[in-house]
Design a protein around this ligand. Structure first.
Ligand code: FAD
Ligand code: NAI
Length: 468
């Protein structure tokens, strides 16, 4: 056994890993977290959730100042973009957040072992850092090494002209033509940022709809709204090659099912066709840890791999690649290791797309219920009929509630609209408590709030919405 030993060693300091480390330490376990990046916080804080939301906020303010203020009776002079200042603000937000995690580690007495971690033997992790290599003992190991961007064959990312989300968060000028491969969450969020700042945006999507994981009506409505905002969508289309020339990037595209090729010209191309688990150099094979066909680490219901004492959480295992899912797994696995019971309700994990308007979802989509043969009722309420949405001048979108036809239990809610990401929280909570649509309909909602649209959708499940 190595000289230095811990109860728990977490490999990866993202939302899954750092939360698991903090919770384990809170429970009295001697804990270390191995992170090879120069800062803690993983993909989410460094190159994901946080910087993207900083740029989404800044670009939204720019757009509002240009197009919405006048309607509220606010006259401005000329509006100019200061991109370096916008980027500096984003970088500061990231710095403040990542330093915050470092502070939390100190506060909770979690050791940050700096470097690349590898499972080097039974109950052993070896860390290769700038100062050399160190091996520590671990009664339990939690793998939380996250994910990386998936490549497109024939389209090589150079993070300058052809970028992943990381490069798209660092552009030094607004591209005149911005092409996005993949009409999913990253694609639409980054398309929104650069579109608002002045780029002509083309989104190339392999399937026949954008946001394929969301409810079909949400996809349709989002495409309609984003098209109105100026985005061009090429659905049922695949990219087969990319050539970088003096005047930009030429993409060769063709129908997904094959057919005549065309070209799309762009100054910058974003590749956003999904992410895959990141397990390079982790020593999984040597340790005998099983991964499934998609490269994700296979775990039990309690996040334990096939090797006792080695656990895995977050993007590297099955499930939605979301920061809050990783965080909840971090808490649960730490509690399980500490001998407590631990459970996550995977049917009540919300998902939010931070475009304008936002799109959010929790539970089953209508397509999933149909496929499963579940009998359901639908309640829908548009924001045009919500007083607060009118006052805000933000009437795009709706709340759609799906409830079991027999029991009235809420099975899924899908929202397009201002603050959809916040509105979904009350539904996630309701679903966690096994609420019926009637429970939500009979809960007093403050007036005038956007949340009243959730209550009205619940009333609409039974055909008794009041304001439509
Ligand atoms: P990660 O955050 O990827 O962290 C893994 C960490 O492990 C990394 O820091 C990596 O350096 C480290 N690591 C890997 N291997 C080793 C090793 N061998 N040794 C030491 N360290 C190692 N999710 C949301 O919920 N909301 C959002 O708004 C959102 N926005 C996003 C925007 C973008 C552009 C991207 C790319 C992702 C976004 N996500 C969002 C997804 C979210 O970032 C991930 O789901 C989340 O970060 C997963 O957490 P994790 O802890 O599993 O892994
Ligand atoms: P995604 O899975 O959301 O979207 C990928 C899109 O690309 C899909 O629409 C898919 O049909 C399409 N596609 C796949 N192959 C293609 C091809 N060859 N050509 C054209 N289109 C193709 O993945 P994305 O956007 O890369 O995001 C990765 C992960 O990060 C997601 O799982 C998401 O959960 C997470 N994320 C979450 C955010 C949030 O919660 N707001 C924001 C950003 C990312």
């Amino acid at each position: 056994m190595p000289e230095k030993t811990y109860d728990v060693v977490v490999i990866g300091g993202g939302p899954g890993g750092y939360v698991a480390a903090i919770r384990a330490a809170q429970l009295g376990l001697k804990t270390a977290c191995v992170e090879m990046r120069k800062t803690l916080g993983g993909t989410c804080l460094n190159v994901g959730c946080i910087p993207s939301k900083a740029l989404l906020t800044s670009s939204e303010k720019f757009e509002e100042a240009k197009h919405s203020f006048a309607g509220h009776g606010i006259k401005l002079g000329s509006i100019e973009l200061d991109l370096p200042a916008m980027m500096a603000n984003k970088n500061k937000v990231v710095d403040d957040n990542t330093k915050g995690i470092e502070f939390l580690f100190k506060k909770n007495k979690v050791d940050w072992l700096k470097g690349r971690g590898r499972i080097s033997g039974k109950n052993e992790v070896t860390i290769e850092g700038d100062g050399g290599s160190e091996t520590v003992g671990a009664k339990s190991i939690i793998i939380a090494t996250g994910s990386e961007s998936m490549p497109v064959a024939g389209v090589e990312v150079d993070e300058r002209r052809i970028v992943s989300s990381t490069g798209a968060l660092e552009l030094t000028e607004v591209p005149k033509r911005f092409a996005v491969i993949g009409g999913g969450v990253i694609g639409l969020e980054m398309a929104s940022v650069w579109g608002r700042l002045g780029a002509e945006v083309t989104v190339i999507e392999f399937l026949d709809r954008i946001l394929p994981g969301m409810d079909g009506e949400v996809s349709k409505q989002m495409q309609r709204i984003l098209t109105k905002q100026g985005m061009t969508f090429k659905l049922n289309t695949k990219v087969t090659a990319a050539a970088i020339g003096n005047s930009g990037v030429t993409l060769t595209v063709e129908p997904s099912k094959g057919g005549e090729a065309q070209t799309v010209e762009a100054d910058v191309v974003l590749v956003a066709i999904g992410r895959r688990p990141y397990t390079a150099g982790l020593g999984l094979e040597e340790a005998g840890v099983e991964v499934n066909q998609r490269g994700r680490i296979a775990t039990s219901a309690h996040w334990e791999t096939n090797i006792p004492g080695i656990y895995a959480i977050g993007d590297v295992i099955e499930g939605q690649m979301l920061a809050h899912k990783a965080e909840d797994e971090g808490v649960a696995v730490a509690e399980f290791i500490a001998g407590q019971s631990a459970h996550i309700n995977y049917d009540a994990i919300p998902g939010v797309v931070y475009t304008w308007p936002e799109a959010s979802t929790v539970g089953k989509t209508e397509e999933q219920l149909k496929e499963a043969g579940v009998k359901y009722k639908v309640g829908k309420f548009p924001f045009t009929a919500n007083g607060r949405a009118r006052a805000l001048g933000m009437t795009d979108g709706f709340v759609k509630m799906l409830a079991d036809a027999t029991t009235d239990r809420v099975l899924g809610v899908h929202i397009v609209g201002a603050s959809a990401g916040d509105l979904i929280a009350e539904v996630a909570l309701a679903m966690e408590f096994g609420a019926s649509a009637e429970d939500i309909a009979r809960t007093c909602h403050a007036h005038p709030t956007l949340n009243e649209a959730v209550k009205e959708a619940a009333l609409a499940v039974d055909g008794r919405a009041l304001h439509i």
